[in-house]
Write a protein that binds this ligand. Structure first.
Ligand code: TXA
Ligand code: MG
Length: 338
């Protein structure tokens, strides 16, 4: 299969480009498209065969359910069987935007989407291309991140191609995505609601609207405990190079690895004062969580692109504002050692 790449204006998508992509979705093909978080790999969520193609293209295990994207909050009723009052409040405040709600499913949703479970995850993305595509296709769109399973999520069209070229019909290239990390996933089928994946909407923002939520997110792979959500495997979101997190300034560790002959990428917060070490790629990251999140995957994709052997990351502080960034870094490092 040849993957067709169509450039699209991220703010005012060209109607002919959107019409072509929507026709592909209706025909059961896969279309990668930008959202405000990362690029998604879309299929018509009500077409079981088309959804099956997502799992094949990504090499994704079939027990990991997909997020359904709809154009308006009212359209969530196409896939969700219940709509609690908390959902109304959250949707009013955060949709369109990077919050995914897990709700009881309707029977029309194929088992492939929900991994056979009784719930469905749904969100209204904020990106103009994503919304125009969903609206024009006249169907809810199931879309995981547009990467091969276990690899880094894509924040640019070239990241999508590096994993999926030749495996999908169409890619809409709307330039870099603004958010850079995946949406927050919140389960509204439990009491209290439970955070399944931290993301660009912070827990405190959610709690300000609906009261306390359960926050126990990380389940170490080794614990053997049942996973709250199949997608919350520790091994996830990983660059090719092994990644290690250090809580102090990582320069000492990075230089030590360099001296043992490895090429090392180092994510830090301050310009290093010591002299340049051959084989060391230093990336000075923003000290503000949103700016850091926006850049993180692109920086890791970049380090994979120059073939470093190891990545050392100076961990940001253990505060709510950094929750999503720390979560992704820790998962990436779990993959390195697994
Ligand atoms: O920002 C995002 O959420 C991006 C864009 C494309 O929307 N999508 C994304 O999808 O990150 P994916 O498939 O890479 O991650 C979806 C997460 C997984 O952890 C999955 O297990 C969880 O959501 N999930 C999906 N449906 C679920 C359900 N019914 N119950 C619990 N967790 C669910
Ligand atoms: Mg993903």
């Amino acid at each position: 299969m040849r993957t067709i790449v169509l450039p699209v204006n991220p703010f005012e998508p060209e109607p002919d480009v959107i019409a072509r992509a929507a026709a592909a979705l209706r025909a059961g093909d896969l279309v990668a498209f930008p959202t405000e978080t990362v690029y998604g790999l879309g299929a018509n969520a009500l077409d079981e065969e088309a959804v099956g193609r997502i799992f094949v293209a990504k090499g994704r295990p079939s027990n990991n359910p997909l997020i359904v994207h709809v154009a308006e909050a009212a359209d969530a009723a196409q896939v969700a069987a219940a709509w609690p009052e908390t959902a109304t409040r959250l949707a009013q405040r955060f949709w369109p935007g990077p919050l995914t709600l897990v709700l009881p499913r309707r029977d029309v949703v194929p088992d492939a989407v929900t991994a056979g479970g009784s719930t469905v995850a749904v969100r209204v993305p904020a990106h103009a291309v994503a919304r125009a595509l969903i609206r024009t296709s006249k169907a809810p769109v199931a879309a995981p991140s547009a990467n091969r399973s276990m690899q880094l999520s894509p924040t640019r069209a070239e990241h999508v191609l590096s994993g999926l070229d030749g495996r999908i019909a169409l890619l809409l290239d709307g330039g870099p995505t603004a958010g850079g990390l995946e949406s927050t996933v919140l389960d509204l089928t439990t009491t209290p609601p439970r955070l399944l994946r931290p993301g660009l909407v912070a827990p405190a923002e959610i709690e300000a609207l609906i009261g306390l939520i359960g926050r126990q997110v990380s389940t170490p792979a080794s614990s053997g405990a049942p996973l709250p959500s199949p997608g919350m495997l520790s091994r996830h979101y990983a660059p090719r190079a092994g990644l290690e997190c250090v809580s102090e300034d990582g320069g000492v560790r990075a230089r030590e690895l360099c001296r043992s002959g490895l090429r090392v990428g180092w994510l830090t917060f301050t310009e290093p004062v010591a002299s340049h070490e051959p084989g060391l790629e230093t990336m000075v990251m923003p000290a503000e969580p949103r700016a850091y999140a926006a850049q993180l995957y692109a920086v890791l994709h970049g380090l994979d692109g120059v073939d470093v052997d190891r990545i050392v990351v100076t961990l940001p502080p253990d505060t709510d504002a950094w929750l999503a960034v720390r979560d992704r870094l820790q998962r990436a490092s779990a993959a390195g050692s697994a």
